[in-house]
Design a protein around this ligand. Structure first.
Ligand code: SAM
Length: 232
Protein backbone atom coordinates (compact mmCIF):
# COMPACT_ATOMS: atom_id res chain seq x y z
CA UNK A 1 0.00 0.00 0.00
CA UNK A 2 1.23 3.48 -0.76
CA UNK A 3 -0.14 6.61 0.86
CA UNK A 4 1.10 10.11 0.23
CA UNK A 5 1.72 12.27 3.31
CA UNK A 6 2.37 15.98 3.24
CA UNK A 7 3.80 18.20 5.98
CA UNK A 8 1.37 20.23 8.06
CA UNK A 9 4.20 22.63 8.89
CA UNK A 10 7.92 23.20 9.33
CA UNK A 11 9.99 23.81 12.46
CA UNK A 12 12.09 26.94 12.84
CA UNK A 13 14.64 25.71 15.34
CA UNK A 14 17.69 26.88 17.29
CA UNK A 15 19.53 23.92 15.72
CA UNK A 16 21.02 24.80 12.33
CA UNK A 17 22.99 21.57 11.92
CA UNK A 18 22.60 17.99 13.17
CA UNK A 19 25.76 18.02 15.32
CA UNK A 20 25.13 18.75 19.03
CA UNK A 21 21.36 18.34 18.86
CA UNK A 22 20.37 16.31 21.96
CA UNK A 23 19.51 12.69 21.17
CA UNK A 24 16.03 13.02 22.61
CA UNK A 25 13.65 15.87 23.47
CA UNK A 26 13.56 17.41 26.99
CA UNK A 27 17.32 16.92 27.49
CA UNK A 28 17.76 20.62 26.66
CA UNK A 29 14.70 22.54 27.93
CA UNK A 30 16.28 25.78 26.59
CA UNK A 31 16.12 24.41 23.02
CA UNK A 32 13.30 26.38 21.51
CA UNK A 33 11.61 26.69 18.16
CA UNK A 34 8.41 27.57 16.37
CA UNK A 35 6.31 25.17 14.34
CA UNK A 36 4.94 27.21 11.45
CA UNK A 37 1.83 25.61 10.01
CA UNK A 38 1.08 25.70 6.28
CA UNK A 39 -2.32 26.14 4.57
CA UNK A 40 -4.99 25.01 5.28
CA UNK A 41 -3.76 24.47 8.90
CA UNK A 42 -2.51 28.03 9.47
CA UNK A 43 -5.77 29.84 10.24
CA UNK A 44 -6.16 28.83 13.89
CA UNK A 45 -9.03 26.37 13.44
CA UNK A 46 -6.84 23.26 13.41
CA UNK A 47 -5.16 24.16 16.74
CA UNK A 48 -8.24 25.44 18.56
CA UNK A 49 -8.26 23.82 22.04
CA UNK A 50 -4.64 22.64 21.81
CA UNK A 51 -3.60 25.28 24.39
CA UNK A 52 -5.13 22.97 27.01
CA UNK A 53 -2.22 20.56 26.60
CA UNK A 54 1.20 21.30 28.12
CA UNK A 55 3.01 18.98 25.69
CA UNK A 56 2.52 17.67 22.17
CA UNK A 57 3.71 14.68 20.20
CA UNK A 58 5.27 15.68 16.91
CA UNK A 59 5.53 13.15 14.10
CA UNK A 60 8.10 14.41 11.65
CA UNK A 61 10.40 13.54 8.79
CA UNK A 62 14.14 13.09 9.35
CA UNK A 63 14.51 15.08 6.16
CA UNK A 64 18.31 15.17 6.34
CA UNK A 65 18.65 11.41 6.85
CA UNK A 66 16.36 9.97 4.18
CA UNK A 67 17.66 6.91 2.32
CA UNK A 68 16.51 4.85 -0.67
CA UNK A 69 17.04 1.36 0.77
CA UNK A 70 16.00 0.67 4.35
CA UNK A 71 18.60 -0.47 6.90
CA UNK A 72 17.73 -3.50 9.03
CA UNK A 73 20.54 -2.98 11.55
CA UNK A 74 21.96 0.26 12.92
CA UNK A 75 24.78 1.24 15.31
CA UNK A 76 23.23 3.60 17.85
CA UNK A 77 25.52 6.11 19.62
CA UNK A 78 24.00 4.80 22.82
CA UNK A 79 25.92 1.53 22.35
CA UNK A 80 29.17 3.33 21.60
CA UNK A 81 28.59 3.39 17.84
CA UNK A 82 30.28 0.01 17.35
CA UNK A 83 27.51 -2.51 18.17
CA UNK A 84 24.68 -3.07 15.74
CA UNK A 85 21.08 -3.88 16.68
CA UNK A 86 17.78 -4.08 14.83
CA UNK A 87 16.56 -0.73 13.55
CA UNK A 88 13.22 -1.16 15.32
CA UNK A 89 15.03 -1.59 18.65
CA UNK A 90 16.34 1.98 18.35
CA UNK A 91 15.31 5.58 17.75
CA UNK A 92 17.92 5.97 15.01
CA UNK A 93 17.34 8.63 12.36
CA UNK A 94 18.08 6.21 9.49
CA UNK A 95 14.92 4.13 9.44
CA UNK A 96 12.18 2.91 7.08
CA UNK A 97 9.99 5.87 6.08
CA UNK A 98 12.28 8.28 7.97
CA UNK A 99 9.67 9.13 10.59
CA UNK A 100 10.67 10.63 13.95
CA UNK A 101 8.56 11.34 17.01
CA UNK A 102 9.19 13.70 19.91
CA UNK A 103 7.23 14.85 22.93
CA UNK A 104 7.92 18.57 23.33
CA UNK A 105 6.67 21.32 25.60
CA UNK A 106 3.99 23.55 24.11
CA UNK A 107 4.77 27.04 25.38
CA UNK A 108 2.18 29.00 23.45
CA UNK A 109 -0.38 28.58 20.69
CA UNK A 110 -1.10 31.23 18.06
CA UNK A 111 -3.06 30.85 14.85
CA UNK A 112 -0.64 29.11 12.49
CA UNK A 113 2.18 28.91 15.05
CA UNK A 114 3.12 26.64 17.94
CA UNK A 115 5.91 27.85 20.24
CA UNK A 116 7.89 24.85 21.48
CA UNK A 117 10.72 24.06 23.89
CA UNK A 118 12.79 21.01 24.74
CA UNK A 119 13.02 20.16 21.05
CA UNK A 120 15.49 17.81 19.35
CA UNK A 121 14.64 18.93 15.82
CA UNK A 122 16.75 20.42 13.10
CA UNK A 123 15.79 23.75 11.53
CA UNK A 124 13.44 23.12 8.60
CA UNK A 125 12.15 19.75 9.85
CA UNK A 126 8.86 18.90 8.10
CA UNK A 127 6.15 17.94 10.61
CA UNK A 128 3.59 15.36 9.48
CA UNK A 129 1.18 15.46 12.42
CA UNK A 130 0.67 16.99 15.87
CA UNK A 131 -1.11 15.25 18.76
CA UNK A 132 -1.69 16.40 22.33
CA UNK A 133 0.18 14.45 25.01
CA UNK A 134 -2.32 12.55 27.13
CA UNK A 135 -0.68 11.86 30.51
CA UNK A 136 -2.96 9.06 31.69
CA UNK A 137 -2.40 7.09 28.49
CA UNK A 138 1.10 8.12 27.38
CA UNK A 139 2.94 7.99 30.73
CA UNK A 140 3.82 4.37 31.50
CA UNK A 141 5.00 4.30 35.12
CA UNK A 142 6.40 0.73 35.09
CA UNK A 143 8.04 0.94 31.66
CA UNK A 144 11.62 -0.17 31.10
CA UNK A 145 14.15 -0.18 28.28
CA UNK A 146 17.33 -2.01 29.21
CA UNK A 147 19.22 -0.60 26.21
CA UNK A 148 18.49 3.00 27.24
CA UNK A 149 17.76 2.72 30.93
CA UNK A 150 18.61 6.34 31.83
CA UNK A 151 19.50 9.64 30.17
CA UNK A 152 23.02 9.65 28.69
CA UNK A 153 25.85 10.51 31.07
CA UNK A 154 26.72 14.21 31.03
CA UNK A 155 30.03 16.04 31.02
CA UNK A 156 30.75 19.27 32.89
CA UNK A 157 30.82 22.54 30.97
CA UNK A 158 33.03 25.54 31.80
CA UNK A 159 33.45 28.90 30.12
CA UNK A 160 36.18 31.31 29.11
CA UNK A 161 35.02 34.63 30.60
CA UNK A 162 34.77 36.38 27.20
CA UNK A 163 32.75 33.50 25.73
CA UNK A 164 30.26 33.60 28.60
CA UNK A 165 29.87 37.39 28.26
CA UNK A 166 29.34 37.03 24.49
CA UNK A 167 26.76 34.25 24.97
CA UNK A 168 24.85 36.36 27.50
CA UNK A 169 24.88 39.37 25.16
CA UNK A 170 23.75 37.33 22.12
CA UNK A 171 21.05 35.68 24.24
CA UNK A 172 19.72 39.10 25.17
CA UNK A 173 19.77 40.22 21.53
CA UNK A 174 17.95 37.06 20.40
CA UNK A 175 15.53 36.98 23.33
CA UNK A 176 16.64 33.38 23.89
CA UNK A 177 18.21 31.54 26.86
CA UNK A 178 21.45 31.05 24.91
CA UNK A 179 23.79 30.41 27.87
CA UNK A 180 21.48 27.65 29.15
CA UNK A 181 21.07 26.25 25.62
CA UNK A 182 24.83 25.97 25.12
CA UNK A 183 25.36 24.41 28.56
CA UNK A 184 22.51 21.93 28.17
CA UNK A 185 23.53 20.82 24.67
CA UNK A 186 27.26 20.54 25.37
CA UNK A 187 26.61 18.67 28.65
CA UNK A 188 25.20 15.89 26.45
CA UNK A 189 28.75 15.51 25.05
CA UNK A 190 28.10 15.73 21.30
CA UNK A 191 31.38 14.13 20.12
CA UNK A 192 31.07 10.66 18.58
CA UNK A 193 31.37 8.01 21.29
CA UNK A 194 34.53 6.47 19.90
CA UNK A 195 36.47 9.79 19.78
CA UNK A 196 38.96 10.66 22.52
CA UNK A 197 40.03 14.10 21.33
CA UNK A 198 43.37 15.68 22.21
CA UNK A 199 42.95 18.99 24.14
CA UNK A 200 44.10 21.00 21.11
CA UNK A 201 41.24 19.69 18.96
CA UNK A 202 38.50 22.30 18.50
CA UNK A 203 34.80 21.54 17.96
CA UNK A 204 32.10 23.94 16.81
CA UNK A 205 28.40 24.25 16.14
CA UNK A 206 25.95 26.91 15.03
CA UNK A 207 23.01 27.66 17.37
CA UNK A 208 20.55 30.34 16.22
CA UNK A 209 22.92 32.77 14.44
CA UNK A 210 26.02 32.26 16.56
CA UNK A 211 28.98 29.91 16.28
CA UNK A 212 30.03 28.16 19.49
CA UNK A 213 33.55 26.72 19.79
CA UNK A 214 34.89 24.43 22.50
CA UNK A 215 37.51 21.84 23.37
CA UNK A 216 37.99 18.98 25.84
CA UNK A 217 40.80 19.85 28.31
CA UNK A 218 40.14 16.32 29.60
CA UNK A 219 37.70 13.58 28.66
CA UNK A 220 34.73 14.51 30.88
CA UNK A 221 34.94 18.31 30.65
CA UNK A 222 34.10 20.81 27.93
CA UNK A 223 35.48 24.33 27.97
CA UNK A 224 33.60 26.87 25.83
CA UNK A 225 36.21 28.99 24.06
CA UNK A 226 34.30 31.36 21.78
CA UNK A 227 30.77 32.48 20.97
CA UNK A 228 30.77 34.49 17.75
CA UNK A 229 28.03 36.09 15.69
CA UNK A 230 27.53 34.38 12.32
CA UNK A 231 24.55 35.98 10.58
CA UNK A 232 25.11 34.05 7.32
N1 SAM B 1 12.97 12.00 19.37
C1 SAM B 1 13.07 11.57 18.00
C2 SAM B 1 12.70 10.12 17.85
O1 SAM B 1 12.86 9.35 18.82
O2 SAM B 1 12.22 9.72 16.80
C3 SAM B 1 14.44 11.82 17.42
C4 SAM B 1 15.52 10.97 17.97
S1 SAM B 1 16.95 11.05 16.97
C5 SAM B 1 18.02 9.90 17.79
C6 SAM B 1 17.59 12.62 17.45
C7 SAM B 1 18.60 13.14 16.45
O3 SAM B 1 17.96 13.35 15.22
C8 SAM B 1 19.17 14.49 16.83
O4 SAM B 1 20.31 14.35 17.64
C9 SAM B 1 19.52 15.11 15.46
O5 SAM B 1 20.88 14.96 15.15
C10 SAM B 1 18.69 14.30 14.47
N2 SAM B 1 17.71 15.09 13.73
C11 SAM B 1 16.82 15.97 14.22
N3 SAM B 1 16.05 16.47 13.25
C12 SAM B 1 16.47 15.89 12.09
C13 SAM B 1 16.08 16.00 10.73
N4 SAM B 1 15.08 16.80 10.35
N5 SAM B 1 16.74 15.26 9.81
C14 SAM B 1 17.76 14.43 10.18
N6 SAM B 1 18.18 14.29 11.45
C15 SAM B 1 17.54 15.01 12.39
Amino acid sequence: MQHLVEPVGYVRSCFKEKFAIPRQPALAPAARGVLELVPPFDTGEAVQGLEQASHVWLLFLFHQALEQSPRLKVRPPRLGGNRSVGVFATRATHRPNGIGQSVVRLERVEPGRLYLSGIDLLDGTPVLDIKPYVPYADHVAQAHNHMAAAAPQQVTVGWEAAALAAAAAHGQRLGEPLVALIEQCLAQDPRPAYQVPPPQRRYGVRLWDVDVRWHYPHAAHIQVLEVLANPA
